[in-house]
Design a binder for this molecule. Structure first.
Ligand code: BTN
Length: 257
């Protein structure tokens, strides 16, 4: 793997690759239950049951994407791992390929090309799944999927997703994208442990211009709500200004207007 072992820290110290699995998050969960240490990376060439956020499927055909999961055990990382994962993948893509990307709350990585936020397409996503016991969180599985090259996505997805190679118009080195994402994850983890969440929140906000001043709508408990994004709360919730006041969105997703 590219990048030095010191730059990656525990991430990728051991790497398990399988040509096809149901879900790399499931592989990582089984290994974590059996005592696998933080940082082991599980990667697959294709997934037959890839999971996305909000119960969705992550379409994972062969030769089209990176499908990767790792184990997080340090408690200081747990509350921030979703945002840190988005920052790591965005920084990893940018440093390995030069493609400018942004983050859409909470952690969709999107290509910047296009006219305004609404036209922007998703390149990568992050799914953090925690295992909780009587003593709190035992471990978190951090999974990320990165679209490397165009694949035949189902028609409902085709207009909303893109890939690194489609955006750049040239072939890229998947190993470099994986290595740089792990380097960025290690940097984010060290920063969280040493300095708390301040640095990660600052980097997330710099990568997510649509978290301030963008018109959005979302599904609230009583129907569709609309407002203007107003930054990030100290717990990672998205703040949205509405005529009724500032609301906190903790889960789900927002749509650009
Ligand atoms: C999202 O909905 O944006 C999150 C997608 C996360 C997909 C990755 S691919 C590797 C890992 N294994 C899974 O089943 N899901 C995650």
């Amino acid at each position: 793997m590219e990048a030095t072992a010191a730059e990656r820290g525990p991430f990728g110290r051991r790497l398990v690759y399988l040509p096809e699995v149901a879900s790399t998050n499931d592989l990582a969960i089984r290994a974590a239950e059996a005592g696998e240490p933080e940082g082991t990376v599980f990667a697959a060439g294709a997934q037959t049951a890839g999971r996305g956020r909000l119960g969705r499927t992550w379409v994972s055909p062969p030769d089209a994407g990176l499908y990767v999961s790792t184990i997080i055990r340090r408690q200081a990382l747990v509350p921030w791992i979703t945002l840190a994962g988005g920052v790591a993948v965005a920084e990893g893509i940018q440093s390995a390929t030069g493609l400018p990307v942004q983050i859409k709350w909470p952690n969709d990585v999107i290509a910047v090309g296009g006219q305004g936020f609404r036209a922007r397409r998703k390149l990568a996503g992050v799914l953090a799944e925690a295992s909780t016991g009587l003593d709190g969180v035992q471990y978190v599985i951090l999974g990320f999927g990165i679209n490397l090259r165009s694949a035949s996505f189902p028609p409902d997805l085709a207009g909303r997703v893109t890939s690194i190679e489609a955006e750049l118009g040239r072939a890229i080195d998947p190993g470099a994208v994986l290595a740089q994402s792990l380097v960025a994850l290690n940097r984010a983890a060290d920063d969280l442990v040493t300095n708390g969440a301040g640095g990660i929140v600052t980097r997330w906000l710099a990568l997510a211009p649509s978290a301030q001043g963008a018109s959005v709508e979302w599904d609230g408990p009583t129907g569709i709500r609309q407002g203007t994004t107003a930054g990030l709360a100290s717990d990672g919730a998205l703040l949205v200004r509405t005529p009724a006041g500032v609301e906190r969105i903790l889960s789900g997703e927002v749509r650009w207007l």
